[in-house]
Design a protein around this ligand. Sequence first.
Ligand code: FEO
Length: 382
Amino acid sequence: MEITEDIQYVGVNDHQIDLFESQYKVPDGMAYNSYVILDEKTAVMDTVDVHFTKEWLSNIASVLKDRKPDYLIVQHMEPDHSASIAAFMEKYPETAIVGNAKTFDMLCNFYGHCYTNTVTVKEKDTLNLGKHILHFVFAPMVHWPEVMMTYDETDKVLFSADAFGKFGANDVEEPWLDEARRYYIGIVGKYGMQVMNLFKKIGGIEIKTICSLHGPVLSGDLTPYLNAYTKWASYTPEEDGVVIAYTSVYGHTREAANLLAEELTARDVKTEVYDLARCDIHQAVAAAYKYSKVVFATTTYNADIFPPMRFYMENLTERNFQNRTVAFIQNGSWAPMAEKVMRGILEKSRNLTYCEHNVTIKSAVTEANKEEIKALAEELSK
Ligand code: FEO
């Protein structure tokens, strides 16, 4: 696939994978992107997952034809992009590996290969391929500390490492936004400040095309992608709406969650409901970053809360959950304390607005509870 006259796509699609990074469900697979820049000197941008080395090397060979790669630029050392470095260097031993000091430390640590034919770059260094001048922009913690992006000033292409990527293979047609959000919140959600710092660095640069390490090449009007990233990185809700995240042992808390959803829908409030014991928990995490309000509904369990709810809330707090309105529905037959536990989990989260009309169920939903749920719906709809 031609990205520009001189830049070719040589990545691969992975439909064998079940869990990305051993935790994120990827029913539509993954893409590991890689690119070749053809100029007086040639450069390969990153490698691919170890299961696809052969296919990737074949893609490179078909683009290079009788030429050899002069540079292998390593923007990110996570194994989904670095695991084929050794095979590449075996095939093309004269290639110089371009990375930064942290890249080469990680390369030694991960693979035991300490190459000598290397070019160590610093922030703002450039690499001249002939017509194409590449600028290196360091992007620490987007997603790992060694991450750097590469800007080709000639074709105005930003090779963005993991940023702007998404779950899903590139041969599956689906909108970018939902799977990019689930990917971003899962992988980089904690590091919003670092993403905002990166945006300050690249703010004045003219970008026509974004070549990420996952997902489609982005071109045309890039505003929707940049806007989405700005919202996610600043923990700003994308839209008004309510996420009801619940667990239910015998169905009563589910009943309360569904009643609240009905009341909200009747008030034209956009609402999504997640059964945390059964849904893709990372989808529910991403939803909490999409919408402005979250209702946590769970059971008191072993003087704590039902385990999937704890897992969910800790997934939120470790990703700097903030700037939201929250409410609680607690259930407890003899000593309800779920709300207290949930408030404790959110104690350090910044800028949360707590609703007044929280609901306590003692086993089954009563008529009085139904009135409380209506009052909560009314408050959330304001
Ligand atoms: Fe796609 Fe952080 O690696």
